[in-house]
Design a binder for this molecule. Structure first.
Ligand SMILES: Cc1cc2nc3c(=O)[nH]c(=O)nc-3n(C[C@H](O)[C@H](O)[C@H](O)COP(=O)(O)OP(=O)(O)OC[C@H]3O[C@@H](n4cnc5c(N)ncnc54)[C@H](O)[C@@H]3O)c2cc1C
Length: 373
């Protein structure tokens, strides 16, 4: 295998796979992944939801533009639908008026429902729990695996090369090139894309680049059996306005979370059973569902920059080092448009017009907005 590339991408999650697929159209691209398979960390652990009203302003723009890709991907990209419609219900419980106001400020296409209407969508809602209820009919379930594999297949079809078990251990800037040492060999490229997820600041530090202040936050999800409740598979995603719990159907059961966001160091995340128990308690408080156990669970890391928006762009102080990190809890739903934007930056092109028209302000994603840079 040749050791010189135009671009090396560190990380084969959804961020790395999607930007690499775009770049491989015109560039020689290598993805380095430290695990033995792509998608092992956050990408493989999401709740797989598409919610165009969820996230900070840049994410809203990326997600809304990405909808077109999910509904109508390029021919041959995926052998099944990427997005299946599933509406969402937002319940304002006691004291959550402020969150309703916030949602309504930026939310598009929301419909307020009476309690009787809400019960038609979600028969197990406990009467009196929700002061107000809003329906978002434009949300859905994403097939994350299909999306991720689609980008990796596109990447390979464009002669991109992926190496697993290839942690970037040392990263040096030698002349104009980055030289990266891995257990699989030494590789060089003029441009390095840091798509290392929770390890984004760790990779920067290895490369001698100032960190941007990323904070991985653990979230835990439990799957509960809900025998004897008809129509569970058709339930909407349900959550409260303050995001203190959410639930949605998964293979005839319900996945539940207390929407925990515990700051942790980057690691192979596992579920926090106490956090799941809290989620179940809040679900039982909001509904007539009785839960005595959960079947299985998982944990994952949602990684945030200090201001909650993604960090996308060349480092202002280091040549050829592009950040593509900090996608928080929205990195799947935003990936198609976010990766096109990042690829345009690598290629020195203008950002995609559709993303700008959707309201993206570049200053909200560039790394130099963060104080420590
Ligand atoms: C519980 C949970 C629920 C979520 N729900 C949703 C949702 O409903 N919708 C949504 O859009 N998003 C959701 N997210 C967020 C979404 O999953 C992430 O934003 C997205 O997966 C981040 O992708 P990534 O490629 O940046 O990170 P990752 O998938 O973690 O990929 C980074 C990769 O970099 C590799 N790496 C790190 N260091 C090195 C190194 N030194 N050398 C080589 N490789 C390295 C890692 O092994 C990893 O594979 C959720 C996340 C969690 C945890």
């Amino acid at each position: 295998m040749t050791n010189n590339f135009d671009v090396i991408v560190i990380g084969a999650g959804i961020a790395g796979a999607s930007v690499a697929a775009h770049l491989a159209e015109t560039k020689r691209v290598l993805i380095l992944e430290m695990e033995d398979r792509p998608g092992f960390h956050t990408t493989g652990r999401s709740a797989a939801t598409f919610e165009p009203n969820y996230g900070p302003p840049p994410i809203l723009a990326f997600t809304r533009v990405s909808n077109g890709f999910f509904v109508n991907p390029p021919p041959g990209f995926a052998d099944g639908p990427l997005l299946a419609p599933r509406s969402s219900l937002f319940f304002e419980s006691e004291g959550q008026e402020i969150f309703t106001e916030k949602l309504l400020e930026s939310g598009l296409g929301l419909e307020e429902l009476s309690e009787a209407q809400a019960l038609k969508h979600f028969s197990v809602l406990r009467k009196g729990y929700a002061k107000r209820t809003f329906l978002d009919p434009h949300t859905g379930d994403l097939d994350v695996d299909l999306l991720h594999r689609g980008y990796l297949r596109l990447f390979k079809s464009r002669s991109g090369q992926l190496l697993t078990n290839a942690a970037a251990e040392t990263i040096e800037h030698v002349g104009k090139n980055w030289r990266i040492t891995t257990p699989q060999g030494i590789f060089e490229s003029e441009i390095l894309v840091n798509a290392a997820g929770a390890w984004g600041d760790v990779v920067a530090a290895i490369a001698g680049v100032n960190p941007v202040g990323l904070q991985p936050k653990r979230r835990s999800i439990g799957v509960i059996p809900v025998d004897g409740i008809p129509g569970v598979g058709d339930f909407p995603l349900v959550t409260d306005m303050g995001e203190t719990w959410y639930a949605k159907p998964q293979s005839g059961k319900l996945m539940v979370s207390s929407a925990d966001a515990t700051p942790v160091d980057p690691h192979d995340a596992y579920a926090d059973d106490m956090a799941i128990a809290e989620g179940i308690e809040r679900l039982m408080n909001a509904t007539t569902i009785e839960v005595s156990r959960f079947d299985h669970s998982w944990g994952g890391l949602r990684t945030f920059a200090p201001d909650g928006s993604p960090v996308v762009g060349f480092d202002p102080h280091t040549d050829g080092f592009l950040w593509l990190v900090g996608q928080g809890g929205y990195g799947i739903q935003s990936a198609p448009a976010l990766s096109r934007t990042a690829a345009a930056m690598v290629l020195g092109e203008k950002p995609p017009q559709d993303v700008m028209e959707a309201g993206l302000l570049l200053g909200n994603i560039l790394p130099e907005r963060l104080n420590n840079l």
